[in-house]
Design a protein around this ligand. Structure first.
Ligand SMILES: Cc1cc2nc3c(=O)[nH]c(=O)nc-3n(C[C@H](O)[C@H](O)[C@H](O)COP(=O)(O)OP(=O)(O)OC[C@H]3O[C@@H](n4cnc5c(N)ncnc54)[C@H](O)[C@@H]3O)c2cc1C
Ligand code: SF4
Length: 508
């Protein structure tokens, strides 16, 4: 054999650069199901299932194309252990793969190649618009790494929503201020539901395996409706663009009890498994914009997530690893409350967000950022425990995208490396953007005492503790200006109540 091509569980792209120049007469593909990948964090059952099912379907697609394949099923060994055995057994001297989406795997493969004296060809992941080298170059002369400038660079470079004079269509780059509306007080009304993909035989086999092997892992398989093939991913894209995109922008930040998906695209799993290419997502959205009466603010808002945030966090991940994984700017040390794994809390916003997460392995961006993320920051939880939770519990979680979002966006644990302020909010924000507070036993406007909303109490406690730093930042000064309107006595009562909450965090 000339070359063994390793395809990992999140690299299911039939047009992958690793398969280019593939010679079936002498090359072979290897795919490995490893137990280690399912339990190095305590993964949601649906997360394990989506990876295994998508991998098995992809293996079928390779076989149909008559690509020689070794598929190692349900191995108890780590990927690199299986790979070592196979490389030795097959006497392979050349290993080719696309750069993995998790740093630990990249190191493990590089170490193995050194150990076995292999010729390793680790290729750039050209699924992304921006290579790691290009991002590094873009970042080199920047005093601050900010999404907005990177996003403009990407729009110009790829000529997305630009006019003939190379100016942004609509005269501005960003319509974010139009994309933050809550639902009406009567609720979201009719929402076109996302497409669902009932389990086929392959997926049902995976369910049996996951149920047998991972009975104590969190989450449920009962509501598993994720796309697991390229055809399904394309259908999901088509459905979103034709039936849901029009309302995506306006209600991007809105939350409503038992409305888990809102108008969101639910495309992250397909994108991250590489069943969909971001270029075809952008093309599909731009075509729809040209051919129908879609609002520019919605289209721009969606495109910003794909060629802006998604590419940006990936660039930052490779720029800042491995130290990003240890970042702890505030030196927070508290353990993650147990109810992050069960949803058993009296806080309605948390109960709903964690509850739907256990049910589907999904929560949308604002729930991840302003509910579970916000609370973890205000409650001073150790960033590495928070990150492990996000990596375990979301079906779309792969470290390159999960870690920067948790450490950088939600927790400010890297000290504002790419955000200008910590994203913190009190119950007043939750009340404005959702109906969670309506039937909560806590009151969002109460800062201390029996009825005090923990989000509100810990928000003010956080401001008191970080008052001088917040005063020095023009973007947070307004928050501490409001703090100065609270009497010293009340501030003391807030802090006393916060101590009590933090000491009993598993019981709130
Ligand atoms: C604390 C935290 C953890 C997160 N962890 C993950 C994760 O593990 N995996 C993941 O894919 N996304 C993660 N995100 C980003 C975002 O929340 C999800 O991409 C989004 O909720 C997925 O749902 P959707 O496909 O319906 O997205 P939509 O809201 O419809 O957005 C469209 C697409 O834009 C991309 N996107 C949007 N926001 C971001 C972002 N901040 N970073 C990267 N891509 C983005 C995604 O590919 C998404 O599918 C996280 C965000 C936060 C705040
Ligand atoms: S009152 Fe506080 S805890 Fe209850 S739902 Fe509102 S923000 Fe969440």
């Amino acid at each position: 054999m000339k070359t063994l091509v390793l395809i990992l569980g999140d690299q299911l792209d039939i047009n992958s650069s690793a398969l280019r120049n593939f010679d079936p007469s002498s090359d072979e593909v290897i795919m490995i199901e490893s137990r280690n990948e399912s339990d190095y964090v305590w993964s949601h059952k649906a997360k394990i299932a989506i990876f295994l099912s998508a991998m098995r379907h992809f293996a079928e697609a390779l076989k149909e194309k008559k690509i020689p394949l070794t598929y190692v099923k349900e191995s108890c060994l780590a990927i690199e252990e299986v790979l070592r055995q196979q490389l030795i057994e097959k006497r392979v001297t050349h290993l080719r793969c696309v750069e993995p989406g998790e740093w630990r795997l990249k190191l493990a493969i590089e170490d193995l190649a050194r150990e076995l004296n292999l010729n390793l060809d680790m290729l750039d992941d050209d699924h992304f618009y921006c290579t790691n080298a290009e991002f590094r170059e873009w970042a080199t002369d920047k005093k601050e790494l900010r999404l907005e400038y990177f996003y403009r660079h990407m729009r110009k470079k790829h000529h997305v929503l630009m006019d003939e004079e190379s100016q942004p269509i609509g005269g501005q780059w960003n319509f974010d201020d139009q994309n933050r509306k809550p639902y009406s007080k009567n609720g979201p009304g009719f929402i076109n539901e996302p497409l669902e993909f009932p389990a086929d035989e392959t997926t049902r086999e995976v369910f049996d395996f996951v149920t047998r092997q991972y009975p104590t892992h969190p989450g449920s398989l009962a509501h598993f409706v994720w796309p697991v093939t390229r055809e399904q991913a394309l259908a999901a894209l088509d459905h979103f663009v034709n039936h849901r995109l029009a309302s995506f922008g306006t209600y991007q930040d809105a939350m409503w009890k038992e409305t888990p998906f809102g108008w969101h695209s639910i495309l992250s799993t397909s994108l991250n498994l590489k069943l969909l290419n971001p270029r075809e997502v952008i093309k599909s959205v731009l075509d729809a914009y040209q051919n129908s009466a879609l609002d520019l603010a919605t289209v721009e808002g969606f495109i910003r997530q794909i060629i802006g945030w998604r590419e940006f966090v990936r660039g930052i991940y490779y720029l800042d690893m491995p130290q990003m994984a240890q970042a702890n700017f505030y030196q927070h040390q508290r353990a993650l409350p147990n109810w992050y794994w069960t949803g058993e809390t009296k806080m309605n916003c948390m109960k709903d967000t964690v509850g739907q997460t256990l049910k589907y392995g999904y929560a949308h961006h604002i729930q991840r950022l302003m509910i579970t993320g916000n609370f973890a920051l205000l409650a001073e939880v150790l960033p590495q425990q928070v990150s492990d939770w996000y990596l375990a519990i979301y079906v779309d979680a792969i470290e390159w995208v999960e870690l920067p979002n948790v450490v950088g966006m939600a927790l400010f644990a890297n000290g504002g490396r790419f955000t200008s302020k910590p994203y913190i909010a009190s119950g007043a924000y939750v009340k404005r953007m959702s109906n969670y507070c309506d039937r909560c036993q806590y009151k969002p406007e109460v800062r201390y005492g029996e009825q005090a909303c923990p989000m509100t109490n810990l928000y003010w406690n956080f401001l008191i503790n970080h008052q001088s730093a917040f005063n020095q930042n023009p973007r947070t000064r307004l928050m501490t200006a409001n703090l100065s309107k609270i009497s010293t006595e009340d501030q003391q009562l807030i802090q006393d109540h916060a101590k009590m909450i933090l000491a009993n965090i598993d019981l709130i």
